[in-house]
Write a protein that binds this ligand. Structure first.
Ligand SMILES: NC(=O)c1ccc[n+]([C@@H]2O[C@H](COP(=O)([O-])OP(=O)(O)OC[C@H]3O[C@@H](n4cnc5c(N)ncnc54)[C@H](OP(=O)(O)O)[C@@H]3O)[C@@H](O)[C@H]2O)c1
Length: 332
C-alpha cells in the first residue's frame, strides 16, 4: 500500500511524533499524458520545515493540516508519459512525503548518478551545498587570512561552509553541540578550532580565545545566545550571514536577545538575511565549483542516513535535536 506522511496538527513548541500521521493511499496510480510516476528513494529532512509547520507568514507557504509534508526528494521514474523523462531516470526536487506519487515533472531536475551518490543531491551537490557556497560568497565576501566563525558547524550547511573557508585560506572556527562533533570538525573537515556550546560556560570568551584577531565573517545557522556571543567579537566591516536561526524555531514567543544595532554601528558591520532560492541565477556556477572541489578531494561531506519511510518524522525530530552529523537523510 502506498503511504503519505501528513501534518496532523500544527506543533506548539518542540514538535513530536503525534504531530504527524500516516495515510494509506491508492497504490494503483495511473499517469496521464505529460505525467510521470515516481518512487521516492531519499527524503531530505530540513530545519526550515519546522517553519512551514506553523501558520506564520514566511518566504514559503505553510503546510496544510491533513495534507502531505513536502521537502527535497530524490526519486526514480517508474513510468513516463512526459517526453523529458524516461523510465529509470532519477530526479530531484520538492516532492511530497509519499512512497509513490505522480508529477507533471515541472521544477524537477534530472540527476546523473554517475556524478555523485543519489543522496548527495540533497546535500553537498544540492540545496545545502548551494546555501553554504552562496551565503559565504555573496554576503560573506571572504578574503584570504580573515577569520570565519560558523555556528551549526557540524551540520549539512555548516560543515561545508567551514571547509570552503579553509579552501579560501580563512581561519575557521566552528560551534557545535557535542565533543564528538567538535572532533569531527577538526579531524575530518579541517576547521582550526571548535567550541562545544553545550559545555562552554562563557561563549564570548571562548570565541575571543579562538579568534584572537576578531571575527570578520559570521555564518549564522542558529541565532539566539550563540550569535549574541559572536557579536561581542566582530571586527570593523564584519559580515554576518543570517542563514538560519534553529535555536529559536520552536519558540512560542518572540525571542529576546542582545540588541544588535550598537554592534553593527560601532563596527560598520553588515548583517543580512539569506535565502538560497533568491540566488537561483548563480546555482550553475556554484554547483560547478562545488563539484570540482569534490572531484579534487578538497571538499568532503558526511551524511546521517536513517532507513525506512516510516522513520521520516523521527529523523526530522532527531535532526532538530542535533542527532545528525552532516546532512540528515531518510533512505526510503
Ligand atoms: N537560508 C537558507 O536558504 C537556508 C538553507 C538551508 C538551511 N538553512 C538554515 O541553516 C541552518 C542549518 O541547516 P542544516 O540543514 O544544515 O541543518 P543541520 O545543521 O544539518 O541540522 C540542524 C542542527 O542544528 C543544531 N541545533 C539544534 N538546536 C540548536 C540550538 N538550540 N542551538 C544551536 N544549534 C542547534 C544541531 O546541531 P548541534 O548538535 O550542534 O546542536 C543540529 O544538528 C538551519 O538554521 C536552517 O534553517 C537556511
Amino acid at each position: 500500500m502506498n503511504k503519505s506522511i501528513n501534518l496532523k496538527q500544527r506543533p506548539v513548541g518542540t514538535p513530536t511524533l503525534s504531530d504527524f500521521e500516516f495515510e494509506e493511499l491508492d497504490d494503483n496510480l495511473t499517469i496521464s499524458d505529460g505525467e510521470i510516476l515516481l518512487e521516492s528513494n531519499y527524503i531530505s529532512v530540513d530545519p526550515y520545515l519546522r517553519g512551514r509547520m506553523s501558520d506564520a507568514k514566511s518566504y514559503v507557504p505553510p503546510f496544510k493540516v491533513g495534507e502531505p509534508i513536502s521537502s527535497g526528494i530524490v526519486a526514480e521514474v517508474l513510468e513516463s508519459k512526459n517526453e523529458k523523462f524516461q523510465k529509470g531516470d532519477f530526479v530531484t526536487g520538492l516532492l511530497e512525503w509519499k512512497e509513490q506519487q505522480i508529477s507533471n515533472g515541472e521544477d524537477l531536475q534530472k540527476i546523473d548518478k554517475s556524478k555523485a551518490p543519489l543522496s548527495a543531491f540533497l546535500g553537498i551537490v544540492g540545496m545545502t551545498g548551494l546555501t553554504a557556497y552562496l551565503g559565504l560568497h555573496e554576503i560573506g565576501k571572504p578574503q584570504k587570512g580573515e577569520t570565519l566563525v560558523v555556528s551549526g558547524a557540524a551540520g549539512a550547511v555548516g560543515s561545508v561552509v567551514g571547509q570552503i573557508g579553509k579552501i579560501l585560506g580563512l581561519h575557521v572556527i566552528g560551534i557545535a553541540g557535542t565533543d564528538e562533533k567538535i572532533e569531527i570538525l577538526k579531524s575530518e573537515f579541517g576547521f582550526d578550532h571548535g567550541i562545544n556550546y553545550k559545555t562552554t560556560e562563557d561563549m564570548k570568551s571562548a570565541i575571543e580565545a579562538a579568534a584572537p584577531n576578531g571575527v570578520d565573517i559570521y555564518f549564522d545557522n542558529v541565532g539566539g545566545p550563540i550569535s549574541d556571543a559572536v557579536l561581542f567579537n566582530i571586527n570593523q566591516f564584519a559580515r554576518i550571514i543570517n542563514c538560519g536561526a534553529i535555536s529559536v524555531y520552536n519558540n512560542t514567543e518572540i525571542p529576546m536577545g542582545v540588541a544588535v544595532q550598537p554592534f553593527l554601528v560601532k563596527n560598520s558591520a553588515l548583517m543580512q538575511g539569506f535565502i538560497v532560492s533568491n540566488y537561483a541565477d548563480k546555482f550553475p556556477v556554484a554547483m560547478k565549483q562545488l563539484s570540482a572541489w569534490l572531484g579534487e578531494g578538497k571538499l568532503t561531506y558526511k551524511e546521517t542516513i536513517v532507513e525506512g519511510f516510516e522513520n521520516t518524522p523521527q529523523a526530522f525530530l532527531d535532526m532538530m535535536d542535533g542527532k545528525n552529523k552532516g546532512k540528515m537523510i531518510v533512505k526510503v
